[in-house]
Design a protein around this ligand. Structure first.
Ligand code: NDP
Ligand code: PMR
Length: 382
């Protein structure tokens, strides 16, 4: 029976090939043909790309997505070995999770990743992109440079995600619910105490550094001297502004929903690996009991998951946030991405999501245009 089926399929494949030859239509390989005959290798799952799934928020979000069995997640990571170990530890179903190499400190790597993704997806659209990976280098008093000559935080957190987004957007054509989400932060949005009250404050000024290419020896987008913590905050501000620009330019024509997110202060992730040990000890306590802004990794994962999954979050041009206070989301079912962990106090659960206010800097249209123009030039994005 099996032999008979394969034989029939092969004959059908030959028919397709000869039609393709006659009509100049690009014929599929036998492997792709078999996949289409059996339904796509992704079945009815939506295809999600997340950068930085090997720890922290990216990992927790992936776990929530996989629990629903409605998504195939491509984890774009710089360290495949680490990712494989983590995936094994977490018990990921590798039929629904594909790690792929992406070193955001290199534009060449972004291009290579995009090629690999293109091959991998075949004719299936990408449904979600979460630009999540980032580094925070606050203690350096000198900039570290990438192979492309940019300050590392700028390229990893912002430039490469800008380029990646421009390459993945065309792959979203055909999706009936395409979403692109970038990680912003309260520290890049200076209309609250966490953003506007703690030095250094995110500020791109007139973008003089970016205009000059923001390349060695120019480390900062504002053209001023290097400041590690400010560089990180500036990249978060730039990501949020980029989401607004993407929304204005492309939402209507493509249907893609563009949003940015502040997931809460996930004070225990490796993001703070370069901070001193005493800071790493006290920071979560300070955030839990003084500011109330703390959120555990699992719960933060639920939040980003929600932005990728909840029909409410099809809305474009939004900066999503969550209210603190007692959690009402305890009844969250597997459908909503699994249970919320007990860690952390501030989360209000699934229904506490709200459209957060954006600072005047994030909404500054003139600067947004310049940011777009200069970043396009630097990254070669189209
Ligand atoms: P983590 O450090 O836990 O995770 C960052 C991820 O990015 C890791 O998977 C890391 O890989 C990956 N990454 C780092 N450098 C590169 C690179 N060069 N190329 C590819 N991948 C890279 O941080 P969080 O989970 O805390 O942060 C996730 C996002 O959330 C960030 O965008 C951050 O700005 C944002 N955010 C975080 C907050 C917080 O309080 N933690 C608050 C607000 C926003 P590896 O595992 O190999 O290190
Ligand atoms: Mg901040 C009152 C609210 C609040 C919030 C929501 C944050 C979030 N922080 C707040 C307040 C304060 N912080 C205050 C009053 C201080 C002075 C004691 C303070 C300090 C502080 C430091 C030194 N906070 C920090 C740092 C960091 O190194 C973190 C940082 O800036 O990373 C870029 C940080 C953060 N505080 C936050 C959040 C979310 C962060 C880290 C993560 C991020 O933006 O990605």
């Amino acid at each position: 029976m099996l032999m008979f089926r394969s034989g029939c399929l092969f004959l059908l494949f030959q028919e397709v090939q000869s039609y393709a030859w006659m009509s100049n239509f690009k014929a599929p390989s036998f492997e792709n043909f078999l996949q289409s005959a059996a339904g796509s290798k992704f079945g009815d799952k939506k295809l999600v790309v997340i950068t930085g799934t090997s720890s922290g928020l990216g990992l927790a979000t992936t776990k929530a997505l996989l629990r629903t069995e409605k998504y195939h997640v491509v984890g774009a990571v710089r360290n495949l070995d680490k990712m494989r170990v983590v995936a094994e530890e977490e018990g990921f179903n590798m039929e629904h999770f594909t790690p792929m190499h992406l070193e955001l400190a290199s534009f060449a790597s972004v291009h290579k990743f995009v090629e690999e993704l293109e091959q991998f997806r075949g004719d299936r659209p990408i449904d979600r992109l979460a630009c999540n990976a980032a580094v925070y280098q606050p203690t350096l008093n000198y900039p570290k440079w990438t192979e492309d000559g940019h300050e590392q935080q700028h390229q990893i957190n912002y430039f490469s995600h800008f380029l990646l987004t421009s390459k993945i957007m065309p792959m979203m054509q055909g999706s009936d619910d395409a979403r692109i989400c970038m990680l912003g932060s309260v520290t890049g949005n200076d209309n609250t105490v966490g953003g506007g009250g703690v030095y250094p404050i995110a500020d791109l000024k007139e973008l003089d550094g970016l205009e000059l290419g923001c390349k060695k020896p120019i480390a900062m987008m504002d053209g001023y001297n290097f400041n590690g913590a400010k560089a990180y905050k500036d990249t978060k501000l730039a990501c949020m502004m980029t989401c607004n620009m993407l929304h204005e330019r492309f939402h209507r024509s493509t249907g893609i929903a563009f949003s940015s997110v502040y997931p809460g202060c996930i004070a225990e992730t490796p993001l703070f690996r370069e901070k001193r040990p005493w800071f790493r000890q006290l920071f979560p306590i300070f955030m839990k009991y003084v500011t109330g802004g703390f959120v555990g990794e699992e719960e933060a994962g639920q939040r980003l998951f929600q932005v990728l999954h909840d029909p409410r979050c099809r809305k474009s041009g939004v900066y999503w946030g969550w209210n603190g206070g007692p959690r009402e989301g305890r009844e969250d079912s597997l459908e909503k991405g699994g249970q919320i962990s007990g860690a952390g106090g501030a989360g209000g659960g699934w229904d506490s999501i709200f459209e957060n206010d954006q600072s005047d800097k994030v909404l500054n249209k003139d600067l947004m245009m310049k940011l777009w123009e200069y970043t396009t030039e630097i990254t070669g994005a189209e």
